[in-house]
Design a protein around this ligand. Structure first.
Ligand SMILES: Nc1ncnc2c1ncn2[C@@H]1O[C@H](COP(=O)(O)OP(=O)(O)O)[C@@H](O)[C@H]1O
Ligand SMILES: Cc1cn([C@H]2C[C@H](O)[C@@H](COP(=O)(O)OP(=O)(O)O)O2)c(=O)[nH]c1=O
Length: 203
């Protein structure tokens, strides 16, 4: 049987990384074979593109195109072969992030992003997307001052607020694919919510 594709989304500092390995362990305990991965990245070429994307100033369309170039490679090399082999794939971000950051955050036309989405994975969407949502101030307090911020994390508060609102808007239009997880709670409470949401697609 084909594996399931689960993605984690949300503004920086929402708590995605904290819960991904935990979910992988839960699914493994239920007998699934699971691979965890991330975007941009997930392949040797994708990780090189990630390093450029997080550090190098570039035109916003270049940024969107490189996100999708890395994604094309990721789908071909990791995601599609794994799903076909019955492995579950959990990715830290996917196309919803491009819509939220390059579309909502930077203002790139959503029509252009839709063309790229249809081109790169018109036939495939995540089975479930967990959108970690919380007030920006809480996420920023969690990230703290000691961490070295990448090119996106360095953006001003308005940018991150637009990203957050764009994610929520897309969730509302997703026919239930994107489930909002209230991330301004304790880790244990969030894990409980994730368990409930996962059981929907584990049946
Ligand atoms: N529910 C939570 N309550 C308090 N702190 C949290 C919670 N979830 C994550 N954190 C902490 O917040 C920081 C950012 O979490 P992280 O999982 O790295 O976020 P993301 O991957 O979404 O950027 C980390 O220091 C993490 O330990
Ligand atoms: C996948 C993706 C990520 N991003 C941004 C969001 C994040 O700020 C950054 C890297 O993502 P992430 O791995 O979540 O960062 P970290 O591990 O430092 O928490 O890339 C986009 O702008 N567009 C995209 O399509």
């Amino acid at each position: 049987m084909r594996g399931k594709f689960i993605t984690f989304e949300g503004i920086d500092g929402a708590g995605k990384s904290t819960h991904i390995q935990w979910l992988a362990d839960q699914l493994t305990a239920r007998g699934k074979t699971v691979v965890t991965t991330r975007e941009p990245g997930g392949t040797p070429l994708g990780e090189k593109l990630r390093a450029l994307l997080l550090a190098e100033p570039m035109h916003l369309e270049t940024e969107a195109l490189l996100m999708f170039a890395a994604r094309r490679e990721h789908l071909a090399e990791v995601i599609e072969p794994a799903l076909a082999a019955g492995t579950w794939v959990i990715s830290d971000r996917f196309t919803d992030a491009t819509v939220a950051y390059q579309g909502g955050g930077r203002g790139l036309s959503l029509d252009k992003l839709k063309v790229l989405e249809d081109w790169v994975h018109g036939h495939l969407q995540p089975d479930l997307t967990l959108l970690f949502d919380l007030p920006l101030a809480v996420a920023q307090a969690r990230i703290g001052k000691e961490r070295i911020l990448d090119r996106f994390e360095q953006e001003e508060a308005d940018f991150h607020e637009r990203v957050r609102q764009c994610y929520l808007q897309r969730a509302g239009q997703s026919n239930g694919r994107i489930r909002v997880v209230q991330a301004d709670r304790t880790v244990d409470e969030i894990k409980k919510s994730i368990e409930e949401l996962i059981s929907i697609i584990c049946l």
